[in-house]
Each structure stands twice: as C-alpha cells, then as structure tokens.
Design a protein around this ligand. Structure first.
Ligand code: PLP
Length: 383
C-alpha cells in the first residue's frame, strides 16, 4: 500500500502496544481473577494498563470500566444511566443527542425512543456544529441525559462539549460524550463528563477493546453482569487487549505534543487537493477540527458533484486507502447521515471523501495522493 489515509476507521497497532501484549498472549495467560501468583500478575497488568488509559483523560483507574468496544461502552453508559434514572427520578423521561453522532449512539437512542423515551436530536449547521442555544432551549428538568460526541468521525469537527455539559448539568441532567476520535488527537479531560467513551483501535491500540469512564457517584447499572470490573462489567478481562490499550494510551499522551506534525501534513494534503481540484470544498472547514481529518467534496467543471465512490476505487487501485464517511457505510448506498445533516444533498454527500491521518502518516503518503489527483481529475471531470 502506498498510502493509508483511513485512520478514523482504524489505526495500525503501535509496535510498542504489540510488544506489551505479547507476554500476555504467550506465557502470561492466567485469569486475572485467579488467586495464584500468575493470576495476580495478570490482575496487576490490567490495573497498570487501566492507569495508563485513565491518565490520557485525567481520570483514575478505578473510574474506568473496560469493555469489548466503544460501541459497548456507549451502550453501557446510556443504558446504565437511564436504568437508574428510570427507577429514581420518574420526571426525567427525555434524552438529547445530535444528528451527527456515530451509529453506536444514534441506533441506541432510536431504540430507546421506541421504548417510550422522549428524544430530541439536535440539528447541526453547514459546518457540522449543533447550536448551544438550541440545546439550552430543549434541555429541561425533565431531561435525563445529553450525549454529544467530542469530535466527529467523518469530518473531524470538534463539538461544543464544554458548553453542552454545562447546560446539561445546570438542569440536573447527565452528560455523556463519545471521545473515541478525540482521545490521543486533542487534549481530552474527563472532568466535563459523567460518562466518556474510548476505543483502543483508534489510537494505535488493538481492536475489540473499549473503555467507559464513569464519574465517581454517577448513576450506573451494569449492562453485563459478573464480578469483574468491580461488578460493573462481567466477563473475563481481555488482558492482552487491555495491556495493549494501556501502552497505546501512554504513547498517545506523548504524541499529543506532536499534534502539529499531523496538522501540518493534513493541511498540506488539504491545500494540495484544493489547488489541484477546482471547485473542491472542505466539509466542516469553517469549524474547529481534529488535526488529522479532512472531508472533501469533489465537483466537475460545472460545479456538479462527482461520484466519490469511483474516485475512492481509483485511489485504491493506486494503493491509496481513503473512505467515504464512516467505514461501516462504505460500499453501502446510503448517503452519509453526517453530511446530509450538514445540509448536503444525497449527491453532494456521495461526492465526498474522508482522508484521515495518524502519527505514522508521512509526507510521502501525502505526495502520493497529490501526484494521482491531476490524472483522476482529468478522467472524472472529462468523463
Ligand atoms: N464512536 C465513534 C465516533 C467512532 O468513530 C467509532 C468507530 O468507528 C465508534 C464509536 C465505535 O468504536 P468501536 O469500533 O470500538 O465500537
């Protein structure tokens, strides 16, 4: 592969994370619940790794519940909170989220709506930002929970989570944030949230491991019962995965100091594309964004949207991996719900590609994309 620019879908496992995992795959395989010394060593390793993940968001290890994915963490947060609210505060029957959340949140909230919860989905503007004025107008003493992602996976747009959390808390509502794309890319502090979702595989850790931060004292009922994770998530711990997550989180914390390097490469890519493709525009370009993401809409000489799927396939043939919005919708026919929420028509959304970098991205990869573009432009726009 010449260039991997699909790091919002998933990232390469860091060699440091792999090396930390290996002793727990071979040799040190004991169950962390076992009483013998091998079990205790596994338990210690899990504890140390949780401290590493917690440090990335300014939390304590005891505040984290390790899960099998960020999707599970979000389900545990929302369902775990609402289960308690349902039993303790009947007046609160309302949930608020935004139109650009990951399906992990949106599909769950839709299910909750069918089960009787009142749901408000906040719209976003052309740049992908929800309005805090709208949020303040919708949150009341009947609101149980507000869930807003920290950064959007398709556009990289940074959401107004500080303000959203303040509004939720002013009305006694709980605040959950999906910080999957933000953690390791911009500073993330758990202090604003009652619940915060993380995923290892977006920050060079292994797949199949997530974490949920639960603020001390925040209502929580386990989604999966069992004695592990202080009875908050049953199931034998994925020791190698958790250890890999810890190592990756430590690296990510160091890497935050070098975020400018990624921003520099992303800007070089973005400006290079705009210079080589007349009429191309950046979706969410007017909003504050993650340093690694660029979502670009491509048009022909008349300003009409081109078929980005064809562009994606031609880039793929040149060894360049990019994506159309979310990975799970790639190859599907549905236009991106994020871009359509931003006011793009179906064809405009289908004319957009997401380029997402990581700390392993290189200038050579960026140059490989830019080198392909003039020929692709000639082919797609002339066709
Ligand atoms: N939330 C966001 C914003 C994401 O981008 C993703 C991954 O695509 C997820 C949640 C789901 O993460 P996981 O694959 O760990 O369930």
């Amino acid at each position: 592969m010449m260039a991997y620019l699909d790091n919002n879908a998933t990232t390469a496992l860091a060699p440091e994370a792999r090396d930390a995992m290996l002793p727990h795959l071979f040799g040190g395989f004991a169950n962390p619940s076992s009483p013998h010394s091998a079990g205790m060593a596994a338990r210690r390793a899990v504890g140390e790794a949780k401290a590493q993940v917690a440090a990335l968001i300014g939390a304590r290890a005891v505040d984290l519940v390790m899960t099998g994915s960020a999707t599970e963490a979000t389900h545990a947060a929302i369902l775990g909170a609402l289960r308690v609210i349902e039993e303790t505060d009947h007046r609160r029957d309302h949930i608020v989220t935004t139109a650009v959340e990951h399906p992990a949140t949106l599909a769950l909230v839709d299910d909750l709506r069918q089960r009787g919860w009142r749901v408000t989905i906040l719209p976003v503007n052309r740049d992908g930002l929800p309005s805090l004025v709208d949020l303040a107008a919708t949150v009341t003493e009947a609101t149980a929970l507000v869930s807003m992602m920290w950064a959007n996976n398709e556009t990289g747009v940074l959401m107004p989570v500080d303000g959203a959390s303040a509004i939720a808390h002013a009305h006694g509502a709980l605040f959950h944030t999906d910080a999957v794309q933000a953690a390791g890319r911009v500073p993330v502090d758990c202090g604003i949230a009652d619940y915060l979702t993380l995923s290892a595989h977006k920050l060079h850790g292994p797949k199949g491991v997530g974490a949920l931060y639960v603020r001390k004292g925040a209502p929580f009922h386990p989604l999966i019962h069992g004695h592990q994770e202080r009875r908050r998530r049953g199931g034998t711990e994925n020791v190698p995965g958790i250890v890999g997550f810890g190592a990756a989180a430590s690296l990510a914390a160091l890497w935050l100091d070098e975020a400018d390097t990624v921003a520099f490469l992303r800007d070089r890519l973005e400006q290079g594309i705009l210079a080589r493709w007349p009429g191309a525009t950046v979706n969410g370009g007017g909003a504050p964004r993650l340093p690694n993401t660029s979502n670009i809409r491509f048009v022909d000489a008349q300003g009409r949207p081109v078929d980005a799927e064809e562009l994606l396939m031609r880039l793929d043939r040149a060894g360049i991996a990019v994506s159309m919005g979310a990975a799970c919708s790639s190859g599907g026919t549905e236009p991106s719900h994020v871009l359509t929420a931003m006011g793009l028509g179906g064809r405009d959304a289908a004319a957009s590609l997401r380029f997402s970098l990581s700390r392993y991205s290189t200038a050579a990869e960026i140059d490989a994309v830019l080198a392909e573009l003039p020929a692709l432009h000639a082919r797609l726009v002339a066709a």
